[in-house]
Design a protein around this ligand. Structure first.
Ligand SMILES: Cc1cc2nc3c(=O)[nH]c(=O)nc-3n(C[C@H](O)[C@H](O)[C@H](O)COP(=O)(O)O)c2cc1C
Length: 205
């Protein structure tokens, strides 16, 4: 839990992290970056979890790490990301992970979950019962520094990558746009210019 101790305070500041936040991070296992079934077989099976599939069962941290890497991990030996981003900017959409233990922000550079809070808010963020019946709910949030269209295009690419990685790994997912924006803003401690874009429900049958 104290993986940031090896970094100096200066490095933490450069990454936009406080020493307090640093004590609550969860290092993720290395994501799967090779193998899996071929892309055309995966495209043939890509689907959304149906309401009858809920409640879904939990996924492992390794599987979560692989899904997050698919969404905005670094690729090409650190020269790019798994999704196209406007003007080659670093990821301007953040992914928050909600589970039974709390709220975390995915840090793509460090492959870590940064703790935001220890509250389980899964039942509050959606407008459909299936949201709270997902062991993992991902919340996609624009950092507000790019045009709104760029944020939505990026979230489409990120979530499609998750759909494909999930199909390849036998994991269920569902893109959800109906959400309780006020509850999300409050729980995720978002600034005014940061914009919740959509949810993605994740789990296993
Ligand atoms: C822009 C968009 C918004 C969506 N919003 C919701 C939603 O709010 N709630 C929900 O249950 N599913 C939502 N979905 C999931 C779609 O209903 C689902 O993708 C569609 O039924 C097709 O199923 P498939 O993904 O298995 O092909 C959304 C999908 C997209 C692309």
């Amino acid at each position: 839990m104290h993986g940031f101790r090896k970094y100096g305070i200066g490095v933490l500041a450069a990454l936009g992290l406080s020493a307090t936040a640093a004590c609550a991070d969860i290092p993720l296992p290395a994501p799967q970056q090779k193998g899996g079934q071929g892309i055309f077989t995966t495209l043939e099976s890509r689907h959304s979890a149906t309401p009858a599939d809920f409640p879904l069962k939990n996924i492992s941290m390794q599987e979560l790490s692989s899904l997050l890497w698919a969404a905005t991990g670094e690729n090409r030996a650190g020269k790019g990301w798994t999704v196209p981003l406007a003007m080659g900017n670093a990821p301007y959409n953040r992914i928050y992970v909600l589970n039974d233990s709390g709220i975390y922000r995915y840090h793509w550079k460090l492959n870590r979950l940064i703790e935001v809070s220890r509250k389980n808010i899964k039942n509050e963020v959606g407008l459909q019962g299936i949201v709270g019946k997902s062991p993992v709910v991902l919340v996609f949030v624009s950092d507000g520094n790019v045009r709104r269209e760029y944020a939505y295009i990026a979230t489409g690419a990120m979530t499609q990558n998750i759909y494909l990685a999930a199909a390849s790994m036998g994991i269920e997912g569902r893109f959800v746009i109906s959400m309780n924006e006020n509850a999300i803003r409050q729980a995720l401690q978002l600034k005014e210019n940061e914009v919740p874009l959509n949810l993605m429900l994740i789990g296993k049958k």
